[in-house]
Write a protein that binds this ligand. Structure first.
Ligand code: SF4
Length: 319
């Protein structure tokens, strides 16, 4: 199997509330997860806010350092690469943020903003950069005439196109798209998702597509991983996961997808209560405080993520 990205037993803990008198507490944002992304594959990572999916994306790119575990890119362990080696590698691993406005310098024209990664990583001679910027602008649906405009002169959807062009500037092999359509209107979301899918196919990219909306994940992903309180609870092909969801949390997320017909009532799990704190996650299965199938063992023993069939992984004592 041709894996481009692999993470093994990845953990990311943050310390919170640390003072001179207090050692603080750990927030277990990502807590021992393992998965891979094949070359030219889109893995959708889904879960409620605060489940650790954004942290997971940032740790893979080493924007944040892992607490434990290993990250492999193209078969090479990059977990402890030095900063200089990592800068060279980062041209192959880019991120598209949720809020492109926040990640664009308001004083920089969009032409300069798209060219900036080429400058930082010295991927192209200076005299070839403008042509590449224009080519990328066209690819993402912007026109050459807009090259000297500033971020505030664009709509939200156009700014996301700029973010995508910037992420593609260094010819990456792997992209993390972090909630990159969540802030957009539904009609614009569809355009940006289709654009990302087209570009992924054209450039043969691998993508970690992070979103809290399962309907968006369904549209773009090849495989899907469902995250809850820092853990992956279910993972499999899109078809398996949507046609045959096995984990009660996944089933509850699927039941919550709105349907256009107001007379149609969905049957299924209902998600009750809020996500517990990642500072003090529930013992045993982390979902047991909200699960309608909870058993005694669920409160004591954490279920392992096991292959139930056809590479459909589930972490639940029911399976
Ligand atoms: Fe529910 Fe138990 Fe399965 Fe957790 S392990 S999802 S509590 S049935």
């Amino acid at each position: 199997m041709d894996k481009l990205i692999e993470v093994r037993n990845l953990k990311k803990y943050f310390i919170t509330g640390k003072t001179f008198f207090n050692k603080g507490e750990y927030v277990r944002a990502v807590d021992d997860i393992s998965f891979y992304i094949k070359r030219k594959e889109i893995l959708g990572l889904v879960g409620e806010s605060g489940c650790g999916k954004t942290t997971c994306g940032k740790v893979i790119l080493r924007i944040q350092e892992p607490t434990a575990g290993s990250i492999f890119f193209n078969g090479k362990d990059i977990t402890s690469l030095k900063r200089r080696e990592m800068i060279k590698l980062k041209e192959k691993m880019m991120i598209i943020y949720q809020d492109p406005f926040g990640s664009l310098d308001p004083r920089m024209s969009i032409g300069a903003a798209i060219a900036e990664p080429m400058e930082v990583h010295a991927t192209l001679p200076k005299n070839e950069r403008k042509d590449r910027v224009i080519e990328l602008m066209r690819k993402v649906g912007l026109s050459e005439e807009q090259i000297n405009l500033y971020p505030h002169e664009f709509s939200g959807g156009q700014r996301q196109r700029i973010g995508i062009a910037r992420a593609l500037a260094t010819n990456p092999e792997f992209l993390v798209a972090d909630e990159s359509v969540s802030a957009l209107d539904v009609s614009i979301q569809a355009q940006i998702i289709n654009l990302l899918k087209d570009l992924q196919e054209e450039f043969g990219l691998s993508l970690l597509f992070i979103a809290h909306d399962l309907s968006v994940i369904k549209h773009i992903s090849d495989r899907v991983a469902v995250m809850y309180l820092g853990k992956i609870v279910e993972m499999g092909s899109k078809i398996e996961l949507f046609n045959n969801p096995k984990h009660p949390y996944t089933r509850a997320l699927l039941s919550a997808i709105p349907v256009p017909d107001p007379k149609y009532r969905k049957k299924g799990e209902i998600l009750m209560g809020d996500v517990p704190s990642p500072i003090d996650p529930p013992a045993g299965c982390r979902f047991h405080t909200r699960c309608s199938h909870v058993m005694a063992i669920c409160r004591e023993k954490a279920p392992e993520l096991i292959d139930s069939e056809n590479s459909h992984y589930v972490a639940c004592h029911l399976i």
